[in-house]
Structures are given as C-alpha cells and as structure tokens.
Design a protein around this ligand. Structure first.
Ligand SMILES: [Zn+2]
Length: 198
C-alpha cells in the first residue's frame, strides 16, 4: 500500500500535497484555494503540556472569579461567566444560554482536559488510552470554543457600562483574556502533529 504519512490534504478543497518541513514564521498555503495547510509551531510536547496546565488554572480563575463588578449609588453587583449563563437562561431565549454555556465554559474545559490527558502520555512518547477518540474530539470541539468572542463581548460591555455606572473589571476578565490567547496557541490545528510523533 502507498504510504500516506507524509501527505497532507487541504481541508477546504481536498487537494493532496506532500508535507513540508517549516522554519520559523513559515506556513504553507494550498495552491488551488489559498487555504492554510501547515503553520510553523515551535512548541515541544513539554511546553504544550505546561501551557495546557496553566490554561486549566486560568479557566478556574475565569469561571470562579467575577468578570466585572458594577456599582451605582452604593449598590454593588458582580457577575461570573456562570452568572451570565444563568441570567440568559431566565430570559426569553433559553436556547442561547445553552449555546453560551457550551461555547464559553464547557467546550474549553473539555479541550483542556483532553489536551492534558493526551499530552501527559505523549511526554513519555506513548499514545494515551482512547488517543484516536480524544484527537477527533479536539477537532470537533475547536469551532465550538469561542472564548475570544466572549472576551470581546465582555470588553464591549465594560466600556459601554463605564459611561453609566462605576464598572470595575474583575480577575475573571483578565484570566479570560490570557486564557483565550493561550487556547489559540495550544489547541490550534497543529495539535495534529501528535498523530505523526506518536
Ligand atoms: Zn485547498
């Protein structure tokens, strides 16, 4: 059978290419549709695992500390990410609460658990139990994880409300900001390299 390990398929147009070894800041593009095929990522398994554990800590901070506190005439209120989901669930569009919970809390949490699981075995050059399933779930979850959208929304809310009330960004917001940047770095497409390494 023809060996396929060194081949890569464009996920936009199914064109097949041979994998290239990339240098710093390099990426390969599909000649037919211009989609990104490979992007250089200098992270080793150890670094990726360390970043995943840090991201898991940040997830805890982002979820258990208030994203912002508002006060007006002596009245004070603060909200965590979970409070915002609960508030949505009491509104007229309960369905949105479920989507919000999945995209800002559940999907990132699952991604981190799967990453830590897969990477902690990869550290000793072994495939984790359920490796294939974990890797497929990481692909499935990626489009559902929308922390950066949530971050933008929270920042717009902080700026908009600041004109009307006293608004104080909380620890949750800072954790959310760093977490969303880290998720782009550690849970991107290049995690697929593990298929080749292991
Ligand atoms: Zn293409």
């Amino acid at each position: 059978m023809f060996p396929t390990q060194h081949l890569i398929i464009c996920e936009h147009c199914d064109c097949v290419y041979e994998k290239a070894v990339l240098g710093k800041h390099q990426k390969t593009l599909c000649a037919r549709c211009g989609g990104v095929l490979q992007r250089y990522n200098g992270l080793t398994v150890e670094q990726r695992l360390a970043l995943s554990v840090t991201a898991a800590m940040l997830w805890l901070f982002a979820n258990f500390y208030p994203v912002m506190s508002i006060s007006m005439k002596g009245l004070k209120n603060s909200a965590t990410l979970w409070d915002s989901v609960l508030a949505l669930s009491q509104g007229p569009i309960t369905f949105m609460a479920m989507v919000a919970a999945i995209s800002i809390i559940i999907a990132p949490a699952f991604q981190l658990v799967l990453l830590i699981w897969v990477l902690s075995f990869a550290l000793s050059a072994r495939r984790a139990p359920g490796f294939k399933l974990c890797m497929r779930w990481l692909e499935t979850l990626r489009p559902w994880s929308m922390l950066e959208v949530c971050l933008l929304g929270a920042m717009v809310a902080v700026f908009k409300l600041a004109g009307l009330l006293d608004v104080l960004p909380g620890i949750g917001l800072f954790a959310l900001a760093v977490l969303s940047l880290m998720m782009i770095r550690i849970a991107g497409r290049d995690i697929r390299d593990l298929w080749d390494i292991l």
